[in-house]
Write a protein that binds this ligand. Structure first.
Ligand SMILES: [Zn+2]
Length: 638
């Protein structure tokens, strides 16, 4: 019988294909131990690779995702307390770009980011590594060959990001998307001297949903240098510090196919085996047990959280202060009192909802007072240690409990009119929360709210707020703001550089715009965008004499009347529709670079990321099913 104490390497797979691949690389298989922890629901395989005893576990069928990976890791550590090296090995979606020539079957390894590589410092494979080529043990297991062999290299197609696989078409890319050179990104065949599969070291991003959006992929690859997307490691890392190794089976776009999954699982497992061969057992013994690491990690995590919150808070404060003269003033007069700010911003979906406001206020208050952490901790544990999101009511309750503990607090909510709520009636929650707060016994709260005088807001607020507390800000103040803005842009913007020597023209622009702005900041900003493109005086004068009267005339009509934010692809198509043209619509007229869409009236139209909701335990996805939605998707919005 195997003794659980002998196993020092824990290897976790997400799906059966990966599990089979992992088992294929065991040098010998061991019997199951007599006793495992009664709380352990895992299906374990025990064995030896090189000089290491390895325990391999797989997520329960259908349990794809972060939370089930965490459960498997916990069970494994209960039954095999001596595990010192954690490995998460399997398949993932690649994010190839000019910098990283990632191909199907390649391997991406997440280099430890703490700067202490530990046993993983030796990441480069040996020249004769099983990962370098197809030297696998099909000989022993010929039945694996069909599913796990290297597919025909011609089926490794990287499509241009805007080529979308028809969502309803199950057929493979060869049949549907084809091999047309205009659709594909051409990459030279790898030469004899190049590693094939190649191994890439860098960032692996974890998402709650399968990444299948090429534009989001490209953005994250460019901005964060992400090389690969997967679905389990993020939650796991907190409970099971591990090296993440992924064989690339697709390109995280709509062209999902299963053809490469078997092979990619094999390359990842082969690399892992090679890695284990090169780690001496005494190096492993020198590592701390993962169970021991975890208890100290918990302490660190709390400290890091504090830092992050502090940093976030500072950033929020900065953004806010720049936006509002009121806040700067408040800061001077109330420097000793706790002040909490929230700034509704329609450029950012995370700053539009009632819940995000409450969360932010809680974080800010807790940063000002260490004692308040216990409220947050008890909320955290009441939500199954963060596996469930707290309800709106429980968040509000925690905020009130925290407010109770301070002598006096100032809450400033700026730009209420930019708040949005997709499901509940617009602003309803926010306004009734304000009402409750004002009517409550809570006498230590001061609430300052700014907003444009929109009808629903003024009528609701006037019902519960004292008339003397509602102060209209004179429109001449706004006019002065707009004037200062226009003056600065005309004087300093690149687009107006050509008029730098012509003060008369600069003056004319300012006068004309101020005549018509009528308190509309965004209108003025939008006209400046247009005027900046006028190359000569005639063109400029024509533009100035035909300035649109309203915001609605300024923007593309389809955006003004769209009931919801448009996807980039939809907006690109809408722009080329010619209601009186023949034909109405021609795909040839599409703009070649969809990302440039925001340049149509850039002051009014913004690209926003629509973030998905938090992962819920009940909606784990099977690897066979996608719901087509993406965690992070860009929409156009006014
Ligand atoms: Zn396709």
């Amino acid at each position: 019988m195997s003794d659980p104490e002998n196993y020092t390497v824990g290897w976790i797979c997400a799906i059966r294909t990966e599990y089979v691949a992992a088992q294929a690389f065991l040098d010998e298989k061991h019997e199951r131990p007599e006793n495992v922890s009664p709380r352990d629901n895992n299906d374990h395989t025990l064995g030896r690779i090189g000089k290491h005893n390895v325990v391999i576990a797989v997520l329960p069928y259908g349990g794809y995702g972060i939370s089930s990976a965490t459960g498997v890791a916990k069970d494994m550590l209960n039954s095999f307390p001596n595990v010192r090296i954690g490995l998460m090995v399997g398949i993932g979606g690649g994010a190839p770009n000019r910098k990283h020539d990632i191909r199907l079957g390649d391997i991406v390894v997440s280099a430890p980011s703490d700067g202490k590589g530990g046993v993983f410092q030796i990441l480069k494979p040996a020249a004769d590594s099983p990962a370098n080529g197809d030297k696998w043990t099909y000989g022993r297991k010929p039945r694996l060959r069909q599913k796990y062999k290297r597919p025909d290299p011609r089926s490794d197609r990287l499509y241009q990001s805007e080529v979308i696989h028809p969502p309803t078409d199950e057929a493979n890319c060869a049949a549907v998307c084809g091999d047309s050179l205009s659709n594909l990104i051409l990459r030279p065949k790898r030469t004899e001297n190049e590693d094939n599969p190649a191994i890439h070291y860098g960032l692996i991003a974890s998402a709650n949903q399968l990444m299948k959006n090429a534009l989001v992929r490209d953005t994250l690859a460019a901005e964060r240098d992400v090389l690969c997307f997967e679905m389990e490691a993020a939650g796991l890392i907190n409970h099971f510090p591990c090296l993440v190794i992924r064989g690339i089976c697709d390109y995280s776009d709509t062209h999902k196919n299963k053809e490469w999954q078997g092979y990619a699982a094999m390359t990842a497992a082969a690399y892992t085996k090679d890695l284990l061969y090169r780690i001496a057992p005494n190096r492993v013994e020198a590592e701390r047990k993962i169970n021991d690491i975890l208890s100290s990690v918990e302490k660190d995590v709390k400290e890091i959280r504090d830092d992050v919150h502090e940093a976030r808070n500072t950033i929020k404060d900065l953004g806010f202060k720049q936006s509002s003269a009121i806040i700067a003033d408040l800061d001077n007069t109330l420097s000793s009192q706790p002040r909490l700010y929230f700034y509704f911003d329609f450029n950012d979906t995370s700053k539009q909802t009632f819940e995000s406001m409450i969360r932010s206020l809680i974080i800010q208050l807790s940063c000002k007072n260490e004692d308040m952490w216990k409220e947050i901790h008890s909320l955290f544990s009441s939500c199954e240690d963060g596996r469930r999101q707290p309800t709106r009511d429980s968040l509000c309750k925690v905020l009130l409990q925290m407010i109770d503990q301070v002598k006096e607090v100032w809450i400033v909510l700026d730009a209420l009119d930019e708040s949005k709520e997709e499901k509940a009636p617009l602003r309803e929650n926010l306004l009734s929360w304000m009402k409750d707060l004002l009517n409550s016994e809570q006498r230590n709260v001061h609430l300052l709210v700014t907003s444009r005088p929109e009808q629903d807001i003024t009528s609701r607020v006037s019902k519960f707020a004292d008339k003397n507390d509602i102060v209209p800000i004179q429109s001449n103040l706004i006019t002065a703001d707009i004037q200062a803005y226009v003056h600065t842009r005309v004087g300093e913007d690149k687009g107006f550089k050509r008029w730098r020597a012509r003060t008369d023209v600069q003056e004319e622009i300012e006068i004309r715009l101020m005549e018509k702005a009528g308190g509309m900041f965004r209108w003025a900003a939008c006209q400046l965008d247009t005027l900046a493109d006028c190359l000569d005086y005639n063109e400029l004068r024509d533009a100035l004499t035909s300035l649109p009267e309203t915001l609605y005339e300024t923007i593309p009509q389809f955006l003004a009347f769209s009931g919801r934010p448009l996807r980039i692809a939809e907006a690109v198509d809408a722009i080329v529709v010619k209601p009186t043209g023949v034909p109405y619509f021609d795909t040839k007229s599409r703009m070649p670079d969809p990302q440039e869409i925001s340049r149509y009236c850039s002051s009014l139209v913004v690209l926003v990321s629509k973030k998905g909701h938090w992962h819920d335990e009940g909606d784990d996805e099977d690897d066979d099913e996608d719901d087509g939605s993406n965690k992070d998707d860009k929409d156009m919005e006014l």
